[in-house]
Design a protein around this ligand. Structure first.
Ligand SMILES: O=c1ccn([C@@H]2O[C@H](COP(=O)(O)OP(=O)(O)O[C@H]3O[C@H](CO)[C@H](O)[C@H](O)[C@H]3O)[C@@H](O)[C@H]2O)c(=O)[nH]1
Length: 336
């Protein structure tokens, strides 16, 4: 990142906040934030007071504002998205406009301006999707692959990373459980047997950096991550904060799965094991029907999907230890 001009779409969010600090520390020449909310930009500007930061008010839905922020950029982290499951479920066309059309605008502008590398942030909910948020992110992944296939590996490298649940992200279950136990309970658990991958925010930045360094056109990178049941997570929060509160089971919410899938067997059959990461290569076969039927992949049947049910499962102690690595939890405990 040394001396480079970096554009972060949706740069005032949780990912943007950590990535900006990281890029500054890496010696980035200029960091551009493209986002809609002037108040959040103002807060970031005042918090960091950094001449290498520049702020662009705009929306990825609007090709003009993307184009303006893109001109002269060397690398792009595309984090702007509608990411809440319920809002996308109620307003699926809004998810299409931001996550599909917006991503297409970002990819097209990056190619037009001959940007070196673009990393788009996707989610495990994009794999075998059942909700509108996941479906729109799956379409974003398809746009990345189609753009890469069309250009035969030439020019701008566009790739994706897939996250599991980012621990302590805004509006997610860990801060909710914390508030509930501070209020004297009960802690509301949808289904104690439900599992989720657990990814600290700092690991999500490392994953993006890994993708930035290793990406070839159309790749999807995932980080191998442990998971736990939501019942164990609730017990771990109780233990950590020494709270004697009830746990109430409330049932699964709309558009929710019992477990998430980070990669399908099909994808893993051609993936490269990179230690802590998997690189899932784009299916580079051309989309001609003859090759579709005559060159299938025989390995697929041997492999399982990689899910939050079959990855390493953390027990109560393991979850407590992982929670203790989060700066937010340490601050709450007064041990920061
Ligand atoms: O009161 C609650 C709320 C949630 N859960 C459970 O906790 C787990 C995590 O829930 P979150 O709401 O934290 O996360 P989701 O998996 O539903 O989705 C989250 O991650 C997504 C990205 O993958 C999006 O960012 C989304 O907005 C964000 O909420 C789920 O199993 C959920 O059922 C509970 O047990 N009780």
């Amino acid at each position: 990142m040394q001396g480079k001009t970096i554009l972060i779409t949706g740069g005032t969010g949780s990912f943007g906040g950590v990535m900006v600090r990281h890029a500054l520390a890496q010696g980035a020449g200029e960091i551009r934030i493209l986002s809609r909310d002037e108040e959040k930009q103002d807060a970031m500007r005042n918090r960091l007071r950094e001449p290498r930061l520049s702020f662009y008010i705009g929306d990825v839905r609007d090709p003009g504002s993307v184009d303006m922020a893109m001109a002269g950029a060397d690398m792009v982290f595309h984090a702007a998205a509608l990411k809440q499951v319920p809002s996308c479920e109620f307003f699926p066309m809004e998810a299409v406009r931001t996550n599909v059309v917006g991503s297409s605008n970002v990819i097209d502008a990056a190619i037009k301006h001959d940007v070196d590398r673009v990393v788009c942030l996707s989610t495990d909910k994009a794999v075998l999707p059942i909700n509108a948020m996941g479906m729109s992110k799956a379409m974003m992944e398809k746009l990345v692959q189609a753009a890469s296939r069309r250009r035969n590996g030439e020019g701008t490298v566009v790739a994706c990373v897939r996250y599991g649940n980012v621990m302590y992200s805004r509006g997610s279950v860990i801060p909710l459980f914390l508030k509930q136990l501070r209020d004297g309970g009960p802690i509301t658990v949808t289904n104690p047997q439900m599992t989720r991958f657990l990814l600290p925010l700092i690991d999500s930045v490392a994953l993006v950096e890994h993708a930035l360094t290793h990406a070839e056109p159309g790749d999807v990178f995932i980080k191998k991550a442990p998971a736990c049941t939501i019942g164990t997570l609730a017990e771990a929060m109780k233990a950590l904060f020494e709270a004697d509160v009830d746990i109430r089971t409330i049932g699964v919410r709309h558009g929710e799965k019992l477990f998430e899938t980070l990669a399908t067997a099909d994808e893993l059959a051609g993936a490269e094991d990179q230690g802590d990461y998997w690189r899932i290569r784009m299916d580079g076969r051309d989309l001609d029907y003859a090759s579709y039927f005559s060159e299938g992949n025989p390995d697929v049947a041997e492999i399982e999907d990689y899910t939050s049910h079959n990855t390493e499962q953390l027990d109560l102690e393991g979850v407590v230890d992982l929670l203790l690595t989060l700066p937010e939890i340490r601050a709450e405990l007064g041990t920061a």
